[in-house]
Design a protein around this ligand. Structure first.
Ligand SMILES: [Fe+2]
Ligand SMILES: [Fe+2]
Length: 245
């Protein structure tokens, strides 16, 4: 009897450990796939506005197009990772979107409600958007470096491959926005913008991620986000203006 109990204990523990590790990886993957999709669909709006406002600035357009293409590539890599596991991502919404939170706090509107065409006509507002995108990308780069050193992530070769590709792509993502700020004599990010970036990230890492991890009723998506591309946009809504730009 004793030997049977011991055997059960030995097999149960690794099984539980595997379950927890798998849940952790799928949660990380779900947060990433949400943010990658959010990224390229939001950049689509910026790109449309930049093409309309500065059609002659082919360098800026090409850099943003590259950024947009990379984010879609990242999204598709995570989609394939989930497809290979045979599970759908967890249902993650904009509460776990870094750029969503940043935009909502800074502009008082959701990303889908922004009107980049109008924003781009106002140098100060576009500069604010550039700083948000740049800080978000730099945050993403630092986070990927941390995940590449994470033992649980290291146990999954597919995920490691994805994060290495993201790590290589990321530095070119903030370049167009930093370049625009510099070329137009706009200031770099202020201490309070960097503090906000840190706060949003800590909130995700220390509050939302643990909450989702231990949430027993976390549903999975029934479809892929890219199946609704172009249909998700809400009508534009005016954004709030702040003096601190
Ligand atoms: Fe990305
Ligand atoms: Fe990126």
């Amino acid at each position: 009897m004793t030997s049977i109990d011991t055997t059960l204990g030995d097999t149960k523990e690794p099984r539980l450990l595997r379950f927890l590790q798998s849940r952790y990886l799928e949660l990380i993957g779900s947060i990433y796939i949400y943010n990658e999709h959010r990224g390229y669909t939001a950049i689509d709006q910026v790109l449309r506005a930049v093409r309309a406002r500065w059609p002659e600035d082919l360098k800026l357009i090409a850099e943003i197009e590259k950024h947009r293409g990379d984010e879609q590539k990242h999204y598709l890599m995570f989609r394939r990772w989930f497809e290979r596991r045979g599970v759908m991502p967890f249902k993650i919404d904009r509460a776990c979107g870094h750029i969503d939170r940043f935009i909502e706090i800074m502009f008082g509107a959701r990303i889908d409600e922004l009107q980049p065409e109008r924003m781009i006509g106002d140098g100060a507002l576009f500069a604010r958007l550039c700083r948000i995108i740049s800080l978000t990308e730099k945050r993403g780069y630092r986070q990927v470096e941390i995940l590449l050193r994470n033992r649980i992530v290291q146990s999954d070769r597919g995920l490691m491959k994805i994060f290495r590709i993201i790590e290589a792509d990321e530095p070119s993502h903030w370049a167009p926005y930093d370049g625009w700020l510099e070329a137009n004599a706009k200031r770099d990010s202020a201490w309070w913008e960097r503090a906000l970036d840190r706060m949003i990230h800590s909130e995700l890492l220390l509050v939302k991620l643990p909450f989702l991890f231990f949430s027993s009723r976390l549903p999975r998506r029934a479809d892929w986000a890219d199946e609704h591309d172009d249909a998700d946009r809400l009508p534009g809504k005016p954004f709030k203006s702040t003096a601190a730009v």
